[in-house]
Ligand binder design. Structure first.
Ligand code: NAG
Ligand code: NAG
Ligand code: NAG
Ligand code: NAG
Ligand code: NAG
Length: 401
């Protein structure tokens, strides 16, 4: 589709006005035009739904001097301790993530010689940046632990399977991706918004780390327009595999572990990054996969004991998957499984195409996620956690770009 500049600007402006204030009185037609999703007609939002109970039709039309709109969620004297089970369990998960990052970045720096780093284009100044990232994790683990108080988890022991610098960078790029996405999945659902505020201000630092590791790998830094949020149990399923054991007095994690999903022909980001010239601010690497690509899966049955807290892997389904759920940007796009062998637990699916917005890039073109499900239920970003009831196995990280 050919778009004139004025079209693009008009779309950008309407998206911006909705993004900055949920109560702008937008024309009713805006919700359905221009491919802008999730915007209900604003005049149908009842005032009672806004915690400040302002009438949305008059919002921002009050010209009296001295009037400043205020959020119903505002607290004059916020406290930064978790105060619900949901907050507690979510921040415990995030703390485990911060600790592994602290360990991982330092481990990588110590494991490889200067010559090995230099060979892959990660020079002393780049290594200083990785060292800075490790230091940032000290701060993140500290503030999250303070939110939890006495029961905050302590650092665990970890295992890694990379052998060389590119393997380290690739693992960091993937691990920070599920760290980032795991937080986006619950950030806006935290009961204590003050806790969410500081977590937000640390996860944005982590997002920068993920982006930098993609650059170090030689990939295009961010093909996507939107970063993905995933449920806590997805993040924990991906993370727990690398934790060997935790101190006995750590409180076990509440989140579930789903049976492991393997993508047996996952695109090779390391090879693609090296072919493009290695570490760089931006190599023009196109997608590593494509619409219609046959993706091969194998997965475990539930009931295995996994993770540092010896949890049994679970599914809330009958255990027979029907779909591959590709979760990328803010979409869930299903592809039917075929050649399903339920004894060997193998199947195939074709990568779906599609865009988030009609003017935007392909949905699946970056570090993304796939889980196998027994239904193709529709979810939007704020209710994606409901998908857990339908997960047969996974998620796995899909390196589509
Ligand atoms: C308009 O502003 C005044 C203060 O100047 C405030 O008392 C009033 O509640 C505001 N009305 C609306 C609809 O927000
Ligand atoms: C994937 O993203 C890269 C970087 O933005 C872009 O050059 C490429 O055209 C994209 N490919 C597809 C299939 O979307
Ligand atoms: C980058 O790759 C895209 C295809 O993905 C191509 O259209 C574009 O011309 C390339 N740009 C440069 C500067 O190489
Ligand atoms: C992605 O989600 C948006 C918002 O619901 C929707 O408009 C778009 O069609 C979706 N794209 C695909 C390929 O599912
Ligand atoms: C998730 O929310 C969307 C609306 O945003 C709704 O259409 C969909 O049915 C919801 N999914 C479930 C499983 O309730």
């Amino acid at each position: 589709m050919q778009l004139t500049v004025s079209h693009v600007v008009a779309l950008a402006v309407s998206a911006l006005s909705m993004g900055t204030s949920g109560i702008f009185a937008a024309p009713a037609s805006q919700g359905s035009k221009g491919g802008i999703p999730y915007v209900n007609k604003h005049d149908t939002v009842p005032a009672s739904q806004l915690s400040s109970a302002a009438d949305p039709n008059t919002a921002n039309k009050n010209v009296s001097s001295g009037y400043q709109p205020q959020s119903g969620g505002f607290t004059k004297s916020p406290t930064y301790a978790t105060f619900s089970a949901f907050d507690q369990a979510s921040i415990e998960l995030a703390t485990h993530q911060e600790y592994i990052e602290l360990d991982l970045f330092n481990y990588g720096l110590a494991k490889f010689s200067d010559a090995e780093w230099d060979q892959y284009g990660i020079d002393a100044e780049n290594r200083h940046l990785i060292r800075q990232m490790a230091q940032q994790e000290i701060g993140h683990a500290t503030v999250l632990s303070n939110m939890l108080g006495k029961t905050a988890p302590k650092a665990c022991t970890y295992k890694y399977d990379f052998q060389d610098v590119p393997g380290f960078i690739d693992f960091c790029q993937k691990l920070t991706k599920w760290g980032e996405s795991g937080v986006y999945g619950f950030l806006n659902l935290l009961d204590n918004h003050a806790v969410g505020q500081i977590l937000l201000q640390s996860i944005t630092t982590e997002a920068r780390q993920q982006f930098i590791f993609r650059q170090f790998e030689g990939l295009f830094p961010m093909p996507e327009w939107f970063e993905t949020g995933i449920p806590q149990s997805w993040a924990w399923t991906l993370l727990q595999k690398w934790i060997v054991s935790c101190p006995d007095d750590n409180v076990p994690i509440a989140w579930e572990i789903y049976p492991e999903l393997r993508i047996d022909n996952n695109p090779d980001a390391i090879a693609a990054g090296q072919a493009a010239g290695g570490a760089s601010i931006s190599n023009n690497v196109t997608a590593l996969s494509y619409e219609g690509k046959e993706v091969l899966f194998s997965w475990d049955s539930p009931g295995k004991t996994e993770g540092p807290y010896k949890q049994k892997t679970v599914t809330h389904t009958s255990g027979y998957p029907k779909y591959a759920a590709f979760v990328s940007q803010y979409n869930v796009t299903y592809s039917p499984l075929y050649d399903i062998d339920s004894d060997k637990r193998t199947a195939k699916a074709r990568q779906p195409g599609g865009q988030v917005l009609s003017v935007g890039p392909e949905i699946i073109n970056s570090t993304s996620f796939i889980a196998l499900t027994d239904s193709q239920t529709h979810y939007t970003p704020a209710n994606l956690s409901l998908i857990n009831q339908h997960v047969v196995a996974g998620p796995a990280v899909y390196q589509s770009g």
